[in-house]
Design a protein. Structure first.
Length: 694
């Protein structure tokens, strides 16, 4: 390094790393003194830090940056610019920094420019840094050397973004070296000069403290939104559209978010101190517990207890207590372990080996995202937005247990895409069921959550006095269905179930024809409902997800109940549930039903054939086309097409407004579930199962 450009940067925080990289980028070689060896790059999970570590490696190889872990090895007699980068935010940091200054001072020579870059309470630079250098170095600030203060705080943003922000430089006794100013202007293009150091110190605190206050405000507003069933993301989107965004969105780094606040609070009396800052600090300290509570609610929504549930942590953004120096385990892992969860961790693209050593037996560390989420009940996404391309909701759904939940801390996923994949999506501020049910003037709800949650969600809606339409199957088992039906009757609310084929115009036309004896006596009803495996389904098999439509459609059309059933069921794709079922049903009116349902066929087919003594009716549920054929002719009567889902929802609203009888009702759903359970018992026992058709 050229002697007249010898710069030394001393510190153990990210600002020291950043300054060293910026100086090297500006063509100024420097020594970087601190713990910035290869282990520093194993945990980087924020774009700015990753970028800085990458540049550090390049500049080390080129010789523009020389790293030494110990400042005692610095040839201080050759140093012309010494930058001390740290934050004095705790007694330990304060003591360590003051000891560093005391040890460096005796080696400083006349003409050295010293800059303190970091955050501190007002007058700290003059009362501690300046006096320590003069006392232990024997040199006079402003005469023998110059001392500057730069309020520097890096929140992890990208380097170019940080570099372009205006920086403040303050000097003592009006002495501001032109050479040092020129040097700093090569690093930071925009520089504001002030001769009042304590004002610069206060301004640095203001910038850092405002981040924690804004973060606390965001968390509090998110809580308010949750409590009232409002999606906080939608609130922020509307605020941005109207240019009244209340907070600056950020992913917190726990210790660094509170650096400025810690300094501000330590410099004031507790009784008369800044109450807002103390409150903001307290709110942000609860962030980890909020995450744990969100995971608990997500697991509960999917019907899982915390204990023995599998939780996958994907990324570490916002979860590390202090991700800037040496790697450390995640506090969230210990919190989850204490509650009995089994934890896996994908730390990101930075490598898994160092994490495996840190985490030990507390979590399973994977180098593959998909292996980390395999069989997980809940995945906690904490990847930065720059890593969003790693996440595919359909792939996550294929690997996770079903039902499964996604807790998106960094909001890198689209909720609609996650839900389309069949996973439950939540994030802080998304809203809770109880808060949603308290929304004023809410009279009715539709329940389209995983089947295992229908009883819980439906019961909550009933207790809140809401009419409800529940997606089929109404519940996963008969006992739960009975509870829901009884609760709705007792509360006096309408309970309808989403048997959508009843609202298919083709089905309604077939029912009318059967009423007119268009086929004579009905002998056989044959339903075929096949397709490829739907990734979104994971908590029931093909019988209760698919064949149940045909069971209800036959009950509806024939106006008969199933009295006996024989079924052949199985799974060819090692799913937790059956993926094919061949069923023969006997109805109490004498009709025989056949149902072919599977998730193995490459092409979707939805058909019904009614065979009578005089004619046959064929219906394609998808196209809504009907064919009537007898021994003399074949006709295709015209039926106006309509969207069954729209008709179903209109029926739900009309039933409530006109206070008419529910159809299809909870009782209809209960009877269909009983037939499904009987079919599954028959499939297991290979025997005929009879039912009470009443």
């Amino acid at each position: 390094m050229e002697e007249n450009r010898f710069v030394a940067i001393v510190g153990d925080n990210p600002e020291a790393l950043l300054l060293s990289v910026l100086y090297a980028e500006a063509g100024i070689p420097n020594y970087l003194v601190g713990p910035f060896g290869d282990d520093g790059r194993t945990h980087a999970n924020r774009p700015g830090l990753e970028e800085a570590l990458w540049l550090l490696g390049i500049f080390k190889k080129s010789g523009k940056i020389r790293i030494t872990p110990d400042y005692h090895r610095l040839p201080l007699s050759q140093v012309r610019t010494l930058i001390l980068a740290t934050h004095v935010s705790s007694p330990e940091q304060t003591n360590a920094f003051e000891m560093t200054v005391r040890n460096l001072a005796p080696g400083l020579v006349t003409g050295t420019s010293i800059a303190f870059a970091g955050l501190c309470k007002p007058r700290y630079t003059s009362s501690i840094v300046k006096s320590t250098i003069e006392k232990h170095g024997g040199l006079k600030i402003g005469v023998d050397m110059n001392l500057y203060y730069i309020p520097l705080f890096w929140a992890g943003e990208r380097i170019q973004e940080f570099k372009e922000k205006r920086r403040i430089l303050a000097g003592f006794d009006g002495a501001l070296s032109t050479a040092f100013q020129e040097e700093l202007l090569r690093v930071f293009p925009t520089l504001s000069i002030t001769s009042t150091v304590e004002v610069a110190e206060a301004s640095g605190l203001y910038s850092a403290v405002s981040r924690e206050v804004a973060r606390a405000l965001e968390l509090e507003l998110a809580k308010i939104s949750e409590a009232n069933g409002v999606n906080y993301d939608e609130v922020l989107e509307l605020c941005r559209d109207t240019r009244i965004t209340p907070t600056e969105r950020s992913n917190p780094v726990l210790d660094r978010e509170s650096i400025g606040t810690g300094i501000a609070l330590s410099s004031s009396q507790r009784r008369n101190g800044p109450r807002l800052l103390r409150a903001a600090h307290s709110v942000n300290e609860e962030y980890q517990s909020q995450i744990v509570d969100m995971i608990r609610r997500a697991l509960g929504h999917c019907g899982y207890p915390f204990r023995r549930s599998r939780v996958a942590i994907v990324g570490t953004d916002g979860l590390l207590k202090n991700p800037w120096s040496k790697p450390e385990s995640l506090p969230i892992i210990e919190s989850l372990r204490k509650r009995g969860a089994r934890v896996s961790l994908y730390p990101g693209e930075t490598g898994s080996q160092p994490w495996a050593q840190m985490v030990g037996d507390h979590a399973r560390v994977e180098s593959s995202l998909l292996r980390a989420v395999a069989k997980a009940n809940c995945a906690v996404v904490a990847l930065p937005k720059s890593s969003a391309t790693e996440l595919d909701p359909d792939q996550l759904a294929a690997e996770m247990n079903r039902p499964g939940a996604i807790c998106d801390l960094t909001r890198v996923l689209e909720a609609s895409n996650v839900e389309k994949a069949g996973l439950f999506y939540t994030t802080i501020g998304r809203g809770t069921l109880d808060g949603f049910l308290r929304v004023p003037k809410l009279d009715a709800v539709t329940v389209c959550t995983p089947t295992t949650t229908h009883l819980k969600v439906g019961s909550s809606a009933i207790e809140a006095g809401k009419h409800l339409l529940v997606e089929k199957p109404m519940t996963g088992e008969e006992r739960s269905a009975e509870k829901l039906v009884k609760s709705a009757k007792k509360a006096g609310v309408k309970l309808l179930v989403g048997f959508i084929e009843r609202f298919n115009p083709g089905v309604r036309a077939v029912k009318k024809m059967l009423g007119q004896q268009a086929v004579g006596d009905v002998i056989i009803a044959t339903g075929r409902r096949v397709a490829r495996w739907p990734i979104r389904i994971g908590d029931v098999g093909v019988v209760k997800d698919t064949a149940i439509h045909d069971i209800d459609a036959m009950r509806y059309l024939l106006e008969e109940e199933v009295s006996a059933i024989f079924a052949q069921t199985g799974s060819l794709r090692t799913h937790a549930y059956e993926d094919y079922a061949e069923m023969m049903l006997r109805f109490n009116g004498g009709t025989t039903g056949f149902i072919d349902a599977n998730w193995l066929t490459p092409r979707k087919v939805r058909t019904l054939i009614i065979t009578g003594s005089d004619a046959t009716i064929s219906l394609d549920y998808i196209t809504q086309e009907i064919t009537v054929e007898n021994s003399e002719r074949l006709v295709k009567p015209y039926t106006p097409w309509a969207e069954p889902l729209k008709v179903e929802l209109e029926n739900f609203v009309t039933t409530i407004l006109r206070d008419t009888k529910e159809a299809p009702s909870g009782e209809d759903a209960l009877k269909a579930i009983r037939v499904c359970d009987a079919a599954l018992r028959s499939g297991r026992s290979k025997t005929l199962v009879t039912l009470n058709p009443s």
